[in-house]
Design a protein around this ligand. Structure first.
Ligand SMILES: C=C(OP(=O)(O)O)C(=O)O
Length: 583
């Protein structure tokens, strides 16, 4: 009988292949008491295992494809550093000696100790660090077990779909090297390192399918849809034929979309639309070029603060920004200053500064609040952005603004930085535009006043919806309340667009809503003409918008906004979307 499983689709793409089951953690650790004279041999066994685990991590690192983003190797470097740290390489030796227990039990004891320490810190970021600790300890346990196959991968993985309880970043790289068709894991979320790597390396992937390994056997044929987050086990011939047809349709769809590469994004009544890309890591630049985006509408710079021990220097920022702006060959680059805190945590030395023990981190010292509270963090980034502005068209975007006072503080600081650059005879664009994210309801309500001080606005719907509807954007339990069509959300979006029009400054949208096929016509009808989204959604959005007449949409949308109930609004939206091309 066929079985269907639903999880979180973290990397788009489809796959059909034989399942290969892996157990990466939950290794049984039996405790043994040692005789005094066997202790030296046990210590040697432990050290050999650490060496072996290290060699395996180095092999994985050396197998990273040349064109992979730098984050891929930094995940592995973090694991290598952890393995070298005394808490994992020395402390278990002391435990073996003092408690006279075997290496596995000593390692397990140290794991519990570390989890206790991390756990007591009450911090969402540390959950991922616990994952890292677990991954590293498990790699040593597997080496103690004499097993190398899982870490090194195998030729037989080619074309197979890995089904695992969990996967490490090293596994993900190894899997790509061995040509796996995709993977499914029982644990993990959108923001786990493994999910990020799967997206970067282009491996179709689904995470968060609890207990799936109980229902699937190695060798069994399964299908995976990374967009829908759906796995099908024991599909019938009919289902397989259907899935292959969908894969073929998808390939055809992509080929058709590619024909729009050089088509101008303009509505049937002549309204020009800007379609820019959201990027996070260098790898995204390739995707951006493939779809001929109108530049970058949102460059999230938080990745520069992650997976590293030290705080990025001005030069670290500058190097990356100049590389990106050069790659864009004259197309504009919108760099958002660090939006650290809450769901975007820094690592290493900076971790303690971005993770104060806030009771409610989403409303705490994050984004611009954090940067203004610690200018030693902010100024190097401001200097780097300004210096890079001499190399190509750059705009600066300030996140999480709530008050005009914050804008004034930022502008004053930028002016100070400009003055010091002038004194140092360092070039920069004197007219570099400075814009603000509208992602807090107060900012949308105040948009007209904000517009007086800024050169452009960009609506961040991910946070705007979170704060307007009081729902944590990463909490699955309230996901059902996350409603971009809520009248309050639409009112705030409209207020912002109207404020921009009235003040004569551009308004863009860079939240997920801008690339969501269900809402793009609605947004055009609300007056939005600048959309920024993940690169892979740009051509689809273009195809949708170039078939629209904006004047008609405006009327339809104003009728929709006047509707009294959600049901009525949905019916009217369905009507607006009825003639849209299918995705
Ligand atoms: C684009 C946004 O920012 P973030 O990086 O927080 O998703 C948003 O909030 O819509």
């Amino acid at each position: 009988m066929s079985l269907m499983f639903n999880g979180i689709g973290v990397s788009r793409g489809t796959a059909i292949g034989q399942a290969y089951l892996l157990r990466r953690n939950q290794i049984d650790v039996a405790s043994r008491t040692l005789q005094k004279d066997t202790i030296p041999a046990e210590v040697r066994r432990f050290k050999r295992a650490v060496k072996m685990a290290r060699a395996q991590l180095l092999t994985a690192r050396d197998n990273i494809p040349k064109d992979a983003p730098s984050d891929v190797s930094s995940f592995l470097e973090t694991h290598i550093l952890m393995l070298d740290d005394a808490v994992l390489s020395q402390r278990p030796v002391e435990i073996i000696k003092t408690e006279m227990i075997n290496a596995e039990a000593a390692l397990q004891q140290q794991r519990e100790e570390l989890i206790k320490v991390f756990g007591s810190m009450d911090d969402s970021y540390l959950a991922t660090r616990i994952d890292d600790v677990n991954h590293v300890i498990d790699s040593v346990l597997r080496a103690l077990d004499g097993g190398t196959e899982h870490v090194l991968g195998s030729e037989q993985w080619k074309g197979q779909i890995i089904v695992a309880d969990d996967l490490t970043p090293a596994d993900t790289v190894t899997m790509q090297h061995h040509g796996v068709a995709g993977f499914v894991t029982e644990t993990g979320g959108q923001l786990s390192h493994t999910a990020i790597l799967a997206r970067s390396l282009g491996i179709p992937a689904i995470v968060g399918v609890p207990n799936i390994r109980r229902y699937i056997k190695t060798g069994e044929v399964i299908t995976l849809d990374g967009r829908l987050g759906m796995v099908l086990a024991e599909p019938t011939e009919e289902m397989l034929t259907d899935f292959r047809r969908q894969q073929k349709d998808n390939r055809l769809r992509l080929r058709e979309l590619a024909k729009l590469l050089d088509t101008e994004a303009i509505t049937t009544d002549g309204v020009k639309i800007r379609l820019s890309a959201n990027i996070e890591i260098e790898e995204d630049l390739k995707a951006l070029k493939r779809v001929n985006a109108d530049g970058v509408g949102l460059y999230r710079t938080e990745f520069l603060y992650m997976n590293r021990e030290t705080v990025p220097s001005e030069q670290d920022h500058f190097k990356v920004y100049t590389k990106v702006v050069r790659a864009l060959k004259g197309a504009p680059l919108t760099i958002r200053t660090a939006d650290l805190g809450a769901d975007k945590q820094a690592t290493g030395q900076l971790a303690s500064r971005t993770r104060p023990q806030a009771h409610n981190p989403a409303m705490g010292l994050r984004g611009i609040r954090l940067c203004l509270s610690d200018t030693s963090l902010f100024i190097p980034q401001l200097r780097a952005i300004l210096r890079a502005s001499a190399r190509g068209p750059i705009k600066m975007l300030l996140p999480m603004l709530t008050t005009v006072a914050e804008i004034k503080q930022c502008l004053k600081l930028v002016e100070q930085v400009k003055q010091s650059l002038r004194e140092e005879n360092i070039e920069f664009d004197e007219k570099m535009p400075i814009g603000g994210m509208i992602e807090v309801p107060a900012a949308a309500i105040e948009a007209e006043r904000f517009a007086k001080h800024l050169d452009f606005l960009s609506i961040g719907t991910n946070d705007l919806i979170q704060y307007t509807l009081a729902i944590d954007r990463i909490d699955d339990q309230v996901d059902y309340l996350y409603d971009p069509l809520h009248p309050a959300v639409l009112t705030l979006i409209k207020m912002t667009i109207d404020a921009g029009l009235k003040s004569g400054i551009p308004v863009a949208m860079c939240g997920e809503m801008a690339g969501d096929a269900r809402f793009v016509r609605l947004l055009l009808g609300l007056g939005l003409t600048e959309f920024s989204m993940p690169p892979n959604l740009i051509l689809e959005t273009k195809r949708n918008l170039i078939t629209c007449r904006r004047a008609t949409l405006k009327k339809q949308v104003s009728t929709m906004l006047a509707a009294h109930t959600c049901e009525e609004r949905q019916v009217l939206l369905d009507k607006i979307n009825a003639s849209a091309p299918e995705n």
